[in-house]
Design a protein around this ligand. Structure first.
Ligand SMILES: Nc1nc2c(c(=O)[nH]1)N[C@H]1C(S)=C(S)[C@@H](COP(=O)(O)O)O[C@H]1N2
Ligand SMILES: [Mo]
Length: 327
């Protein structure tokens, strides 16, 4: 994501040169502080973050899981209520942000093909009654899958309309049963520099990618764990085998390829906010009235139709979520 502090009208994440990022490395590391690095290191060790074992790998989605696609549409989210057309599949699965692989959106797809997404274990822990390490397909077998069409607004001022398949994150909360002391949920992506070139080459990023939600945001009906898109299991570039989708927040909150979910008491740090706090706030609620330091957030390009449209507060989901933020 754009880390330069100089005033450039709209520098998309993909156009930031490694040099530009590198110039800021010392500043980033200073901001991060040793405390943050060791806290992350500690959690990573505790949770045993690791990529899948390629020796044991079978990239094949089990037949019973594959047979659940396409999943029934949730009638409430069968089409975009603002009248926007679904983004064509080739674009939705061909223009991606996944910095573990590359900052070039159109190259993510080919590079991410190396990600072995099965078998894939997910660790759920922290302040929960029922901590578990569970295979992602076994986890999915416990829930009904449904399809929902959501708008996805990237902080870089572009958006898509995507048909996700998955289940509400709340269903996982019901399964794991967070303790009363759990006020936040924290998410981690895999760490595997051998497979993900960004994790090796872009060594100044605090890998693995980490995100967080308040517990009430996590329990909100809109918040999904997605296992599919366009009526099929997720392809690697969209965050296979399981990723978060939080449609009223900028896209960077919707963390991909999750390996661990931790329930915690204190507000966790988040990846982009640690990198550039002035540019990427931790709440990341879509807000057309608050500009990014280097570009306006008032409008966005719909990547499906290549037209510019007005950005809506909370990405148009305000009626459902604004109450979460009223004091
Ligand atoms: N692990 C991980 N998750 C991530 C990212 C990333 O770089 N790594 N990029 C985020 C950003 S900036 C966006 S806009 C969305 C893009 O999701 P999509 O490629 O499926 O449209 O994923 C988010 N989740
Ligand atoms: Mo983004």
């Amino acid at each position: 994501m754009a880390l330069r502090k100089t005033k450039i009208p709209h520098l998309p994440e993909s156009r930031v040169t490694p040099e530009a990022t590198h110039d800021n490395r010392r500043e980033i590391l200073r901001k991060l502080g040793l405390g943050a690095v060791s806290a992350i290191g500690l959690a990573a060790t505790r949770f045993g973050l690791r990529g899948p074992d390629p020796a044991a790998a079978s990239p094949v989605v089990p037949a019973d899981i594959a047979a659940r696609y396409p999943a029934p549409a949730n009638p409430r989210w069968a089409a975009d209520e603002t009248g926007r057309a679904l983004t064509p599949e080739a674009r939705g699965t061909g223009t991606n942000n996944f910095y573990e692989f590359t900052a070039s959106k159109k190259k993510v797809k080919d590079l991410a093909a190396k990600l072995v997404t099965r078998p894939w274990s997910l660790e759920i822990g922290g302040l929960v009654e029922r901590p578990m390490v569970v295979d992602v397909d076994d986890l999915t077998r416990r829930f009904d899958l449904e399809e929902r069409v959501y708008r996805m607004r990237c902080v870089e001022a572009w958006s898509m309309v995507l048909p996700w398949t998955g289940f509400p994150l709340r269903a996982l909360l019901d399964l794991a049963r967070p303790l009363a002391a759990a006020r936040f949920v924290r998410f981690w992506t895999f760490l595997d520099p051998e497979i993900a070139p960004g994790q090796k080459n872009d060594y100044w990023y605090p890998w693995p990618y980490y995100e967080a939600l308040r517990i009430d945001e996590a329990a909100h009906d809109l918040t999904m764990l997605a296992t599919g898109i366009y009526g099929k299991p997720l392809p690697p570039q969209n965050g296979a085998p399981i990723r978060l989708v939080v449609p009223w927040k900028y896209g960077y909150k919707s963390i991909k390829s999750i390996v661990a979910i931790e329930f915690v008491r204190d507000r966790p740090r988040t990846f982009w906010n640690d990198l550039a706090p002035a540019e990427y706030d931790s709440d990341a609620n879509v807000n057309p009235a608050v500009s990014h330091p280097r570009w306006s957030q008032a409008r966005e390009v719909d990547l499906g139709t290549k037209t510019k449209i007005a950005t809506l507060p909370f990405n148009g989901y305000g009626e459902l979520v604004a109450s979460l933020y009223r004091k």
